[in-house]
Design a protein around this ligand. Structure first.
Ligand code: UT7
Length: 351
């Protein structure tokens, strides 16, 4: 028994934010952003109307329809996001409600693996399908970054990179030989957890795990709150990133984890028909492409139009490539991601 992608879809909000638009809020230029990241524009969802769950729902509806099933057929939901609607509950149950799935013989799981969330989700779904536990798994990656960014000069290195959007797949069992997910490889290294992170709100209550970096006096009560006025006053509720460390680690880990997957199934990079990298930074993807010796037509890049959409980036890119006819029956598709955690992973799929 293997796991196949039976339907795929994506949703991008209408509002286009060009690099030039960001120069009204922060000290940046179109030239800097394009040179360092390749990004020309990104999409922002409609504030106070759309959320990660609503965008995920829109993508899921397309994937479900393309799989030729109805929402009630879904027996398990996996939702990957770092920008959930609520601190809790997770977006999985919100998606269930938005899709009108009223049956309770269904599970909903939220995963927080940031940029590698989709690859992690694929691996989880693959194990559930192979074990025979579920037959129609809905895997969604969705992000509404625009509600959690710092639009001041201080946040510019992070803010210019990210965009909103959602992608979804329906996963089903197949008995067709050599079809579907051939392998997934997952990795993590917590050494650099805070180097690409949004530290607050959190149960640290202001104390940054072992360092004084984010520390401030503890109030004289046994507990505390996840969000304090001090966090807001000191602009601590925004993501931070040591960009160069992330970049340098990513360009090593991407090729490493792709080669690991290829070796484990006895294939080489020449066998790859389409490489769909997490859209972290066009310069990272171009570097990986060179190292893997892949021609342009075998690599999907859409970060120029959408920015980095974290857990949504791979399913959006794969869905767009599928719509463009770049994914054919029998093709070997390679997915790979690296990001916060650090966590990274790869997947090989025979379409
Ligand atoms: O998907 C999640 C994983 N994330 C990533 O893969 C991101 C990996 N990292 C990167 O993509 C790059 O490190 C960035 C694009 C984030 C930054 O590029 P960089 O070449 O590493 O720039 P830097 O952080 O070393 O900054 C270089 C200069 C600094 O100025 P000084 O100190 O040289 O005067 C920054 O202050 O660029 C400045 N800078 C900016 N200037 C204009 C930083 N952000 C901006 C900006 N506009 N938006």
């Amino acid at each position: 028994m293997q796991t196949k992608i039976a339907g795929i879809g994506h949703y991008l909000p209408n509002r286009i934010i060009k690099n030039q638009d960001l120069t009204s809020y922060m000290d940046t230029t179109h030239e800097w952003i394009v040179e360092r990241t390749g990004i020309e524009e990104r999409r922002y969802a409609e504030k106070h109307k759309e959320t990660s769950a609503t965008m995920g729902t829109a993508a899921a509806k397309i994937a479900i329809e393309r799989a030729g099933i109805s929402p009630e057929d879904i027996d398990f939901i996996i939702f990957a996001t770092l920008s959930p609607d609520y601190y809790f509950p997770g977006c999985g149950v919100l998606l269930q409600r938005e899709l009108g799935i009223t049956k309770t013989e269904i599970g909903a799981l939220d995963i927080r693996n940031q940029c590698s969330g989709f690859v992690y989700g694929l691996s989880i779904a693959d194990q559930f399908i192979k074990s025979g536990m579920y037959k129609n798994i809905l895997l969604v990656g969705a992000e509404m970054h625009s509600m959690g960014l710092d639009f001041s000069d201080e946040g510019r290195a992070v803010t210019v990179i990210f965009g909103d959007g959602a992608g979804a797949v329906v996963l089903q069992p197949t008995e067709e030989k050599d079809k579907g997910i051939l392998i997934t490889c997952l990795h993590s290294d917590g050494t650099h957890a805070e180097e690409l992170a949004m530290i607050s709100p959190g149960s640290h209550g202001g104390y940054h795990l072992g360092t004084e970096k984010f520390g401030f006096p503890d109030p004289d009560i046994p507990g505390g709150v996840f969000v304090t006025k001090k966090m807001m006053d000191e602009n601590m509720l925004a993501p931070n990133m040591t960009g160069q460390l992330v970049f340098k680690t990513a360009v090593v880990k991407f090729p490493e984890v792709i080669r690991e997957a290829l070796t484990k199934v006895g294939l080489t990079s020449d066998d790859i028909d389409l490489f769909v990298p997490h859209q972290a930074n066009l310069r990272i993807s171009q570097f990986v492409q060179r190292v893997m010796k892949l021609p342009d037509e075998k690599v999907v890049n859409n970060i120029q139009k959408y920015g980095n959409t974290t857990a949504a980036s791979i399913p959006i890119a794969l869905s767009e490539a599928w719509e463009q006819g770049r994914v054919q029956d029998g093709d070997l598709i390679c997915l790979a991601a690296f990001g916060s955690g650090f966590t990274w992973g790869s997947a090989l799929i025979r379409w």
